[in-house]
Every structure is written in C-alpha cells, then in structure tokens.
Design a protein around this ligand. Structure first.
Ligand SMILES: [Zn+2]
Ligand SMILES: [Zn+2]
Length: 306
C-alpha cells in the first residue's frame, strides 16, 4: 500500500525514501477541525508526501500541525519544503531538537558520515526552519476535532524523541521508538543510531507505549502493525538480545566491523537465509550500513557506561 487509511483517523503515506518502496512511512491524523502530519520524510520525498495528502483527501490548508518524532533526516528532512506548502501548520518537536532544525548543517553532515556520501541524492538536505514556525512539544493533547493526539516523550533512539498516542483509534504513531521491520528481512533491527542511543531508555519507552495497550503501532520503518503482548515481547527481546550479543563481542575485543559481521551472520543463520538471497535494499542498506550503524550505537552506549 503506497497510501491509505490504516485506521479510522490515521492515514499512511509511503514516502519512497531511498528510492525504495516501504522503507520510510509518514502518517496523517485527520479530525473534523484539522489534520496533523507526523514526520516529513527525507527532503527529496516532499512532493510524494504532498501527493499522498491529496490522495487521502486532506487539504494542505487543513494541516494544523507537522509533528516530528525526532530530528533524523528520514523524519525531518522534508520539513522546510512541506512547511512552505502547509500554510497553517505549526511544527511541533521535542524542545531538544529545535536547535538542530534552526541550524541543520550538522544533521546533514552527520547523516552522510553515517550512511555514506553516495546516498546524498536520497538523503538530500534540510534548510533552516524559521523559529517562528516551531513550537516545543508538551506532553499534552493536541485536538483536531473528534480525535486527539497525545504527545509522549519516548527517549532511547535519541533523547529528544516523541511518539503520539491516538486514543480514538487505539493507536500509537511510534517514530523510531520501536524496532525497524521490513518485509524483505524476517527479523527486527533495533534502530540504535549513534551517538545518543540508550538501551535502558529504549526499553523504558517501549514499556510506556505498551502500557497504553494500543491495538495498532504506526511505524515509520515500516507500516502499521497489529500490537499485542506477542509483538511487545518480540520487540523487547530483540533489543535485549542485541545488548547481550554486542557486549559479549566487545568483551572478546572485537571492533565495529567484526561485530557487524558477527551480528549479520547470526541474524541470517537464525533466519535460515544467505546474504545473496536478499534484494539490493535489504543487502546493501539494511544488513550492511544500517546494521553497522546500530552496532556502533550499541557500542557507544556501553562505552559511555564503562
Ligand atoms: Zn531516527
Ligand atoms: Zn527513522
């Protein structure tokens, strides 16, 4: 599904991030008195997001809020372009992310350093956002008429992360507070981006979301998932398994390259797969670059603690 309603008030738009299908989703929540867009996608995706809003029947002037779950470019990258086309939208983001949006130069450099310069055409850029269009998020309810969005601070992936609870639909729009799961690989990957990833907070935030007993998790990477005890247990187990495995390999004196290779081999073996069985996106991005980034994120967590 490239674009459609996943519950009564919540629509999904596939931003076609990285030029891939089902890699980066953003969500729309529509009430009787307005709408909210949650996350923006990479900057080259902005036209796709505008088209998605139209396909869902959401007028551009109807959008009151652009929430960013956090400042990473797959979530924030298209903000400046979208705000230009959403005349009534206020950008709501965790207070700790505001400085990155007013001066995003470091974000772009950090993304290219992490993913590789050759991905620059996909990652694009982010222009500074005018401070007068930004408001810091509060843990409060944002009303759209018949449906409210409740902002929750969910640190772990980064300290300044928020998720949005839509009680009317028993759904949480998670951002990167949950693991990434793609149809092309049969196991979850913790989005443990350095340098801020914090395993303990990631587990606490997961419990906070679980305590709301949502029936749906609207995830950016990728799609709406049926939530329940089984899913939350799998989520928790994946985060803890990574923590134990990476720590053990660090204790054995392995470096980031070696741990990445070790984790890849274990994940593929458990799934009964070979790297060459996977499609290009899964092989070259997910199990190569993203996997290494997550390993470095976990290693950073342990090094800060030691
Ligand atoms: Zn992120
Ligand atoms: Zn992300």
């Amino acid at each position: 599904m490239s674009c459609g309603w996943v519950s009564r008030h919540i629509g999904l738009i596939d931003t076609l991030g990285y030029g891939a299908k089902e890699a980066v989703a953003v969500y729309v929540v529509k009430g009787s008195e307005g709408a909210a867009l949650i996350d923006a996608g990479y900057s080259p995706s902005w036209e796709r997001v505008i088209k998605g809003l139209r396909e869902l029947g959401v007028g551009l002037e109807e959008v009151n809020y652009l929430f960013l779950t956090h400042f990473h470019l797959d979530h924030a990258g298209a903000s400046h372009k979208l705000l230009h086309h959403l005349p009534n939208a206020t950008l709501i983001v965790h207070e700790g992310a505001i400085r990155h949006l007013i001066d995003p130069s470091r974000l772009v450099d950090a993304a290219l350093a992490a993913f590789g310069d050759d991905l620059a055409p996909h990652i694009g850029d982010l222009k500074p956002i005018q401070p007068e269009r930004i408001e810091p998020a509060n843990e409060t309810r944002y009303r759209l008429g018949g449906v409210d969005l409740e902002a929750l601070f969910t640190p772990g992936h980064v300290p300044s992360h928020l998720s949005l609870y839509v009680e009317a639909d028993e759904a949480v729009v998670t951002g990167d507070a949950v693991n990434v799961r793609y149809s092309s690989i049969p196991f979850p990957l913790p989005p443990a981006s350095p340098p801020y990833y914090d395993v303990d907070n990631a587990l606490k935030s997961l419990e906070r979301i679980r305590a709301l007993r949502p029936k749906i998790l609207c995830t950016p990477h990728y799609g709406a998932r049926v939530a329940g005890d089984r899913l939350f247990e799998e989520e928790r187990r994946a985060i803890s398994w990574w923590r134990d495995e990476v720590e053990r390999m660090m204790d054995e004196g392995m470096d980031a390259e070696q741990i990445t290779a070790g984790m890849r081999a274990k994940l593929l073996e458990q799934a009964g797969l070979k790297l060459q069985d996977l499609d290009g996106y899964a092989r070259d991005i997910l199990l190569t670059r993203l996997l290494k980034i997550s390993v470095i994120g976990y290693m950073g967590f342990f090094m800060r603690r030691r």
